[in-house]
Design a binder for this molecule. Structure first.
Ligand SMILES: [Fe+2]
Ligand SMILES: [Fe+2]
Length: 487
């Protein structure tokens, strides 16, 4: 069913792009009927585009993950490609109609040196560097099929956005985006200079061909920054710029820090753990880090109900196991309520909903199953002790769920050696797999093995031991001095 939806979407996108690129403009030359304005060249280009689309489809089937997030990314990648096609066609038509020969110092074909960084750059920021690279390659192909401007402009159309994506490959902050736009434009200028130099053009034409893309490239970065928030909102994607903002500053984080300090520290640890594991398998580490900070915001309703905030004086002593379990489970539903109220991104809401999946509130279920004083066994409805779910549906969600379980469990048992840490991590992951908690999430066994190692390394770092200070030398004065120097 999903494959069918993907296939329809892909087919519609490919035909839409073909229409934008190769069909005659309805408001163009009207001396001939519209369909008679179709040239053999545009028909050949159309067929070549369809052929290339077959290649893209094979690539998608082979390399595209099969989860909800990947489906959304495919839709958004296609929409961005349609936007790229519209910009290409508009530039070609506008420059053909108004640009050529208008300024004597500007070569008539200077339009091919427009910096095509905007859409591949946006794709890289919103959907990741790999799709940004793919967008650059497809952009080059589209330019070639649309106008066949010769090899150098096509090379420029591919390498200049690639350079931009490379320049902002890690955490594209605003500065990096500006640098990427400038770098991309400058590289395009160099390619233009090579072509015009080889053609033996006049110095002023070469200089203009170099300066035009360099200047427009720099300004295209401003265009990217200006339309980024609009596209994020329209496409439901989160750029790294936005994730960094969510990870550092939000009223809910302040509230968690103030009202539930135990949960806050737990969340910071889960965020760090999830980020490391995600980076290890090439998942979206920054998203894991930022979203994990919010996974337990539902505990703000009654922080004292949770062990990390209550300590010894737990209110559960006065409650029966079923009521306790229901109150614990409520942190998921209340978390979602809070997230909607504060308009947290949908992807963050999914992390909140899925971080316990449909797992059991084990402690209180076991308590409810304890034999009565007369020795009889109580009848316990297991489903009433299970979280509402759903189970994790993306790799990132699976990682946060595992990181959450491991951070919490690692606090309840003393871990003295690497062997003990690995045994704990392995057992918790195996439990989740055998209970089907990871069945809907596209993590592979190879991913899980790497995540396990990342978790153990993290636990070793957190549980590190320092050599004991010699008792004899420890005095109030020396302790104060050590504290002051941070040793
Ligand atoms: Fe939780
Ligand atoms: Fe948690």
């Amino acid at each position: 069913m999903k494959l069918k939806a993907d296939a329809w979407l892909f087919g519609a996108g490919i035909l839409g792009i073909a229409g934008v690129l190769f069909l005659p403009l309805p408001w163009g030359d009207r001396s001939l009927p519209w369909f008679e304005r179709l040239t053999p060249a545009s028909l050949v280009s159309f067929l070549a585009w369809l052929l290339a689309a077959g290649g893209f489809w094979a690539f998608k089937t082979r390399f595209w993950p099969n989860d909800a997030q990947a489906g959304r990314q495919l839709r958004n990648a296609i929409l961005l490609m349609v936007l790229h096609a519209v910009l290409l066609r508009a530039t070609v038509e506008l420059m053909a109609a108004y640009g050529a020969g208008r300024w004597p110092w500007l070569p008539g074909d200077a339009w091919v040196w427009m910096p095509w960084f905007v859409v591949p750059g946006l794709t890289g920021i919103l959907l990741g560097g790999r799709l940004g690279v793919l967008a650059s390659l497809i952009g080059g192909l589209m330019l070639y099929l649309l106008a066949n401007p010769g090899p150098w402009p096509v090379v420029g159309c591919i390498v200049s956005p690639l350079a931009g994506i490379l320049l902002m490959r890690r955490s594209p902050t605003r500065n990096r985006v500006l640098r990427a736009g400038a770098g991309s434009g400058a590289l395009l200028g160099v390619v233009a200079a090579i072509e015009y130099g080889l053609k033996g053009q006049a110095v002023d034409a070469v200089a203009a061909a170099v300066l035009l893309p360099a200047v427009i490239g720099f300004f295209s970065a401003f265009v990217v920054l200006a339309i980024l928030p609009v596209l994020e909102w329209m496409l439901g994607e989160l750029s790294d710029v936005t994730l960094i903002e969510y990870g550092t500053d939000h009223p809910l984080l302040d509230q968690l820090r103030e009202e539930a300090p135990g949960t806050w520290h737990h969340s910071v640890n889960v965020a760090d753990l999830a980020e490391k594991a995600a980076a290890e398998i090439g998942a979206r580490a920054l998203f894991c880090k930022a979203s994990a900070l919010y996974h337990d915001i539902g505990k703000l309703k009654e922080p004292a109900l949770f062990a990390e905030n209550s300590g010894a004086g737990s209110p559960h002593h006065q409650l029966d196991p079923l009521t306790s379990a229901q109150k614990i489970k409520e942190h998921v539903t209340y978390g979602l309520e809070l997230a909607r109220k504060h308009r947290l991104p949908r992807a963050f809401q999914n992390i909140i909903a899925e971080h316990h999946g449909v797992s059991l509130v084990r402690f209180f279920y076991a308590k409810a199953c304890e034999p009565r004083p007369d020795g009889t066994k109580p009848e316990v409805d297991r489903a009433a002790f299970c979280y509402p779910g759903p189970p994790p549906s993306t790799r990132e969600s699976g990682i946060v769920a595992l990181a959450d379980a491991i951070e919490a469990a690692s606090r309840s048992v003393p871990l003295k050696s690497e062997g003990e840490m690995r045994a704990l991590v392995r057992k918790l992951i195996a439990d989740r797999i055998s209970e089907g908690e990871l069945a809907a999430c596209p993590l592979t066994l190879a991913d899980v093995a790497r995540i396990e190692t990342a978790f153990v390394v993290w636990l070793k770092g957190r549980n590190h031991l320092r050599p004991a200070y010699p008792e004899a030398t420890v005095s109030a004065g020396s302790l104060a001095e050590r504290t002051a120097t941070g040793s």
